[in-house]
Design a protein around this ligand. Structure first.
Ligand SMILES: C[S@@+](CC[C@H](N)C(=O)[O-])C[C@H]1O[C@@H](n2cnc3c(N)ncnc32)[C@H](O)[C@@H]1O
Length: 296
């Protein structure tokens, strides 16, 4: 996901007053919390819960829908890190052919369920493929590649990003675009006290019906620029242990992202600070980029 800073929790309100006060709020991180493999998969192990947690996140979906009308031409659209189909399904409904790719079997299973509920015509326009975006098993050519909701924050090194951009270049038709969004790093959020719990909120697990308390904390490594996040799901009834889910997100600072894109031969055509098309300024949550490969 995505990240606790961005609509992470079902009823997440302001973070201002939700710093925990009880003894269990003082958590320490150990070696396991820095396991990048686990922190790439755990948050995506439960597709229905993911959809429940982000059901209110609609502005980005609308943005990608409108963008596809403008840039997808005859398609197909290739989506990198399509997850549960949050963006894929509306694009299919709009009449586009979409090739959705993701690393997580669980997220793809949920996407398949959602696509399966569509009408026959929309269903027939969908292809879902388990794939690492750094090495795509795709031979097609596309006018538009999209990657929504911070999926690129799972590219933990510049080598990972370079691999993805090389794949995008390979499959893009001349004149084609890559559109993606990542968070705009918030220094105050990154430097929060990792021993405290944040974003505390309560909700009902959509699968079990159990009421749980959700909270998060994180440690940020300023050298790798990776935030190691923990999500806590504490049962409020029936007892049982608190479930802890790990997530890692690599942060891209705006000027750094510009430089990385440039170094990999991509020009920025458009850049926004939100999904309504406002310019990127310091306190924006997102960086939304429309880029295209420079051709020799
Ligand atoms: C925050 S979710 C976003 C999902 C979806 N784009 C959305 O808007 O809801 C990030 C997704 O990226 C996927 N992912 C992470 N690393 C990946 C990789 N190397 N290649 C393909 N998908 C990856 C995860 O499995 C997850 O589904």
């Amino acid at each position: 996901m995505s990240g606790p800073r961005q609509a992470a929790a079902p009823d997440a309100g302001s973070d201002a007053a939700d710093v925990g006060e009880s003894a269990d709020d003082f958590d320490t991180f150990d070696e396991d919390d820095f396991d990048l493999e686990a922190a790439t998969h755990e948050h995506y192990a439960d597709g229905p819960l993911y959809d429940h947690e982000y059901k209110r996140r609609r502005a980005d979906v609308n943005f990608y829908r409108l963008l596809a009308r403008r840039l997808a031409g005859e398609g197909p659209i290739v989506e990198l890190g399509c997850g549960t189909g949050r963006v894929t399904v509306p694009l299919l409904r709009e009449g586009h052919q979409v090739v959705g790719t993701d690393l997580s079997d669980a997220m793809l299973a949920r996407a398949r369920t959602r696509v399966g509920r569509l009408g026959r015509a929309a269903r027939s326009r969908a292809t879902l493929v388990r794939a690492d975006m750094r090495s795509l098993p795709l031979a097609l050519q596309t006018p538009l590649v999209v990657s929504a909701f911070n999926a690129f924050e799972h590219l933990y090194t510049r080598v990972d990003l370079a691999a993805v951009l090389a794949e995008v270049r390979r499959i893009l038709k001349p004149g084609g675009h890559l559109v993606f969004d990542v968070q705009n790093p918030d220094l105050r959020w990154l430097s929060r006290d990792p021993r405290r719990r944040w974003a505390r909120t309560r909700f009902k697990d959509p699968r079990t019906g159990q009421r749980v308390e959700y909270s998060t904390n994180h440690v940020y490594d300023p050298v790798s620029q990776i935030a190691f996040i923990r999500f806590y799901y504490r049962p409020l009834e029936g007892g049982g242990p608190t479930r802890i889910v790990r997530l890692a997100q690599r942060k891209f600072f705006p000027a750094e992202l510009e430089a990385l894109l440039d170094a990999n031969g991509f020009d920025i055509a458009e850049r926004y600070g939100d999904f309504q098309g406002e310019p990127l300024v310091g306190d924006c949550e997102s960086q939304v980029l429309v880029v295209r490969p420079r051709r020799a």
